[in-house]
Design a protein around this ligand. Structure first.
Ligand SMILES: *Cc1c(COP(=O)(O)O)cnc(C)c1O
Length: 373
């Protein structure tokens, strides 16, 4: 296939994202809510189109990382959607948080104080999520702050706690005893909070956490990566539908003699007379340099290895084994498809599929299947 565009094309199947959300939701008991995590611009795939589509499926709870992400998403989404901001609130973000009706995830007593002051200034109760640390040791209230909160209920004056959450460290490894330990610590924390401020709906599971069983579901689950087609059960077949297809164009095909090298640093030496296809995507497009000499692409259904270093705007593929009629300038190669997925590229590049997706570049033309407006 050829066309007038010069860059790659990233096709995002919103129908598949919707099917993935419904698939996860079906695993939950009646009444358990399935949120959608759309931080980092929907894991690089477009927070607004993803959230709009999931809203149409019935999803009402969305999580973003920052206030800025929340403000952008609010502009696209119905006022009846709840947008929760994982970074929480500080004195600089309290005003936009209020204006845009975003809900901060309060991670420590300082953020709680900021939101309490905001509520006092606004003259009304403001909604918030409380984040309790159960072992990640990253964001979230440590145990002593939780105890204080429960003992001194005035600390939460003017704050309407709509959810209490925590985050699993290693949920993609079902056998890790840390999962159960975190679940128990979380239950204990929810209990302490209940004694202080009354019962609050709880949420623990990310994508993989959903597959640890219903004991991990509580009142709401918060999947991200599985919505985007990544396997939440590594080791077992992927139950999710494939979402991402990425193609890029061949700019030039050259014959190179045996013994010559390809690309910067001469890191690949040809063992035979070869045909090399030069493709218009590089590390500036998020095609990681660590994929050099390790990843592969697909041309006419055949695997073609990336040879030589990934450079800023280009990669080089060995297409010697592909019929010449397929490997021509102007043709598209598949960089990500249902055979060579973000997981496969991540494994070859020495990273995880989250980094592959969130790195997907801004030069690609984005095409959405199943968009709602
Ligand atoms: C990113 C994130 C999620 C979603 O995690 P996935 O592994 O992508 O499903 C859920 N909760 C929190 C707090 C997160 O930061």
């Amino acid at each position: 296939m050829t066309s007038g565009r010069s860059g790659g094309v990233l096709t995002i199947d919103l129908d598949a994202i919707a099917a993935n959300w419904r698939f996860l939701k079906r695993r939950l008991a009646d009444g358990v809510l399935c949120a959608a995590v759309v931080k980092a611009d929907g894991y690089g795939l477009g927070a607004a189109p993803v959230a709009l589509r999931l809203f149409a499926e019935g999803c009402r709870d969305f999580f973003v990382a920052t206030t800025d992400e929340g403000v952008s998403l609010r502009a696209a989404l119905s006022p009846s959607a709840t947008i929760q901001v994982l970074a929480g609130v500080d004195p600089a973000t309290a005003a936009p948080m209020l204006d845009q009706r975003l809900v901060p995830v309060l991670n420590h007593l300082g953020q709680i104080e900021t939101w309490r002051e905001a509520a006092r200034g606004a003259g009304r109760a403001l909604p918030a999520v409380l984040h309790i640390d159960t072992g990640m040791n990253r964001l979230g209230l440590p145990r002593d702050e939780l105890a204080r909160l429960s003992a001194e209920q005035t600390l939460l004056a003017g704050i309407e706690t709509r959810l209490v959450m925590s985050h699993l460290v290693n949920s993609e490894v079902p056998g890790d005893p840390l999962n159960d330990a975190q679940r128990q610590r979380f239950e204990a924390a929810v209990h302490i909070l209940k004694a202080g401020i009354g019962a609050v709906p709880a949420s623990l599971a990310n994508s993989s956490g959903i597959f640890l069983g219903r004991a991990y579901h509580f009142a709401m689950v918060r999947p991200g990566v599985a919505l985007y087609g990544v396997n939440p059960t590594p080791g077992d077949p992927n139950p999710m539908s494939e979402v991402v297809h990425l193609t890029a164009k061949i700019l030039q095909v050259r014959r190179v003699d045996r013994g010559e090298t390809v690309g910067y640093g001469a890191t690949h030496r040809l063992a035979r007379p070869s045909r090399i296809a030069v493709v218009a995507a590089g590390y500036a497009d998020g095609y990681l340099r660590s994929a050099s000499n390790r990843a592969s692409a697909r041309l006419g259904g055949l695997n073609v290895p990336v040879v030589g270093r990934v450079s800023m705007d280009l990669i080089t593929l060995d297409v010697t084994d592909v019929p010449e009629a397929l490997a021509l300038p102007g043709r598209d190669v598949d960089l990500l498809d249902s055979d060579y997925t973000a997981e496969r590229l991540a494994a070859d590049a020495g990273t995880n599929p989250y980094e592959i997706l969130t790195a997907l570049g801004r030069r690609y033309e984005r095409r959405y299947i199943g968009a709602v407006s």
